[in-house]
Design a protein around this ligand. Sequence first.
Ligand code: CIR
Length: 258
Amino acid sequence: MTKESAMFRRAIVRTPGPDAAAGLTTAGLGEPDFGRLLAQHAAYIETLLRLGLEVAVLPALPGFPDAYFIEDTAVVLPEVAVISRPGAPSRRDEAVTVKPALAEFRTIARIEPPGTLDGGDVLWAGERFFIGTSERTNAEGARQLGEIVAGYGYPWTGVPVGSGLHLKSFVNTLGGRILAVASGFEGAGAFGDYERIVLDPEEEYAANTLWINGTLVMPAGFPAAKEKLSRLGLPLVELEVSEMRKMDGGLTCLSLRF
Ligand code: CIR
C-alpha cells in the first residue's frame, strides 16, 4: 500500500525578531520593514487558523535572524520528526530549538554531520519525497533523510537544485501529484509522472505556493500564476509576503505543518 501526503492538523511557526534584516539574503530587494514583517507574519498565522490548523507560535530567537523561516529546521512525517542540520553555519543551531515543540507529537530523529539539510529542500508530494541537493543540503544530508523516509515506506528521489536557494523555491505540491513548477524545473526528470503547472519566468516566485488541506495559499501580486492555479478550482488565498521575500523567504518557509 502506498502512503500519500496527508492532511495537516497542526503548524509550528516562530515570530520574527527585530534583527530580521541581519538574516541571509541574495534578493537585493532592500531591508525588510520590521513592522510590516510582523503584520504579514500575523496575517499568515491568522490564515492557518482560519484553515483549521492548531498553531503553536514559538518566540523570536535572539541571535538567529533567519529563525522564523522555521521550515528549514525539521521535516515532519506522520511517524517521526527529523531535526535537520541547516546548511548555513549561521542557522545551524536553530534546529535544536524546535525539538521540544516537535517531541510533544513525534519521536525524534536527526540529520548527523557531515550531512546538511534544510527543510526547504524537502517536498512531500503524492506518495513520494523529493529531496533537493542545493547550496544548503548536501548529498549526505539527502541520503540520510532518504534512508529515514524509506524506512517508513516512502520512496524518495534526489533533485539537484542548481542555482537558487531551495527545491521549494521552485517546486511545490498543489495537492498530491499536481505541482506548481518554475520554468527551469519544467523538464526535471524527477517529476516525470507528476502533473506540472509551469509558471512564467517573471512569476516563478509564486511557485512557492502553500497547499493547506485543499486550499492554495499563494503570494499576492502574481496575476498570471493566480489565473493558472485558479483553473484547479480550489479555494485560493493570496497573502502579502513582500518583507519575507526580501530575505529570500516565502510562504512555505514560515511553518512546519503536520
Ligand atoms: C536563508 O537564506 O536561509 C533565509 N534568509 C531564507 C530561508 C527560506 N527558507 C525556505 O525557503 N524554506
